[in-house]
Design a protein. Structure first.
Length: 281
C-alpha cells in the first residue's frame, strides 16, 4: 500500500462526495520518542486524520491548527498543518490517563479549529466536545457550521514496529436536497460495513471498490501527506533574542550551555558562550 495519501472522490450519479486518508510514516514520526500512553497515541492519530480531512474539505490555502483542550489528564492535543498536507502534532499531559474516550482524556473541553489563509482573514471555530469520540464531535461541527450531513469513520493501530491511522469521510453535496439525502443514506449504510483492518491495510482503490463497486466512485489525483516540524536554528535564535544576553550568559555559566528542545520533533539546539555573544553582536 502506498503510504500517507489523501484521496478525494465523487460518484457519477450520486450527490455525495468523499475522502479517504491513510497515514503511516507521518504518524510514526509525530509520536516517535514522546512516550505517550496508548490512548493519547490513538487520540493524536485520529486528530491527525481529522486535520488532513479538514484541509481538503474547507478548501483554503494557508495553515490550519486543530486543538483539543480541557481540564482532563490531557491538557491539550494539537495538530498543525497546511493545505499542502505538511503536518506536525503534540500532546501535553497534566494527569494520569485512565480512560480512552474524549471525555476521559480531555474532560470538560472543546475543539478549536483555526485557519490562517495565505490571503484573507483568519478564521476560528470553537466546537464543544459533547460526544465520547472525535468523529462524532466533528460530525457535529459540520452539522452546525455548514448544515451538511456528514459522516466520519476513524481507525488507528500502534504496535512496537509501526503506527497507522486512517479515515473515511462522506458529505452530501448541496444540490437537490431530497435526492442528496437519499444518496447519502444509501452510501452511509454501505460505509458502516467498513472494518478497521480494511481501512488500515488495503490500498485506497481496493477499499473504495469493495465498498462502492455498484456506485462507480471517481478518484481524483491523491495528495501526499508528510511530517514537517518547521523548527530551525534561526527560529530558535529569534526566540533567544527575546530572552536577553545577560540571562542567557548566566545560563551558560551555570550549565555550560543553553539547550533549547523542539516540543514537536524533540531536536535539540545547543548554544555555547561564543554562540550567545555572536547572536547579540
Amino acid at each position: 500500500m502506498q503510504q500517507d495519501l489523501l484521496h478525494r472522490y465523487i460518484f457519477d450519479q450520486l450527490d455525495v462526495r468523499g475522502e479517504l486518508v491513510q497515514i503511516e510514516n507521518t504518524y510514526q514520526e509525530m509520536i516517535a520518542n514522546h512516550n505517550y500512553p496508548a490512548p493519547v497515541q490513538t487520540l493524536l492519530g485520529e486528530l491527525l486524520v481529522a486535520t488532513c480531512l479538514l484541509t481538503a474539505t474547507l478548501k483554503f490555502e494557508g495553515e490550519i491548527a486543530v486543538q483539543l483542550q480541557g481540564d482532563g489528564p490531557v491538557k491539550y492535543a494539537v495538530i498543525n498543518g497546511d493545505d499542502k498536507q505538511n503536518m506536525r502534532g503534540i500532546a501535553r499531559l497534566q494527569g494520569e490517563v485512565t480512560g480512552s474516550s474524549i471525555k476521559d482524556l480531555i474532560g470538560n473541553g472543546y475543539m478549536v479549529i483555526t485557519i490562517t489563509p495565505t490571503k484573507g482573514e483568519r478564521y476560528q471555530g470553537i466546537v464543544p466536545l459533547e460526544h465520547d469520540s472525535l468523529d462524532k464531535c466533528l460530525e457535529n461541527y459540520f452539522e452546525q457550521s455548514e448544515q451538511l450531513k456528514t459522516r466520519l469513520w476513524f481507525a488507528t493501530e500502534v504496535t512496537a514496529d509501526t503506527a497507522k491511522a486512517a479515515g473515511l469521510f462522506l458529505q452530501v453535496l448541496p444540490v437537490n436536497k431530497e435526492k442528496s439525502v437519499e444518496d447519502f443514506t444509501h452510501l452511509e449504510a454501505i460505509s458502516n460495513t467498513i472494518k478497521d483492518e480494511e481501512l488500515l491495510g488495503l490500498d485506497a482503490n481496493t477499499v473504495l471498490t469493495r465498498l462502492y463497486h455498484e456506485d462507480n466512485p471517481q478518484l481524483f489525483e491523491p495528495q501526499s501527506i508528510s511530517f514537517r516540524c518547521g523548527c530551525s536554528r534561526d527560529k530558535t535564535i529569534a526566540a533567544l533574542v527575546n530572552v536577553g544576553q545577560d540571562e542567557l550568559l548566566a545560563d551558560v555559566q551555570a550549565n555550560g550551555e543553553v539547550k533549547i528542545s523542539c516540543h514537536y520533533c524533540l531536536k535539540d539546539y545547543i548554544f555555547n558562550e561564543q554562540d550567545i555573544k555572536a547572536i547579540f553582536n
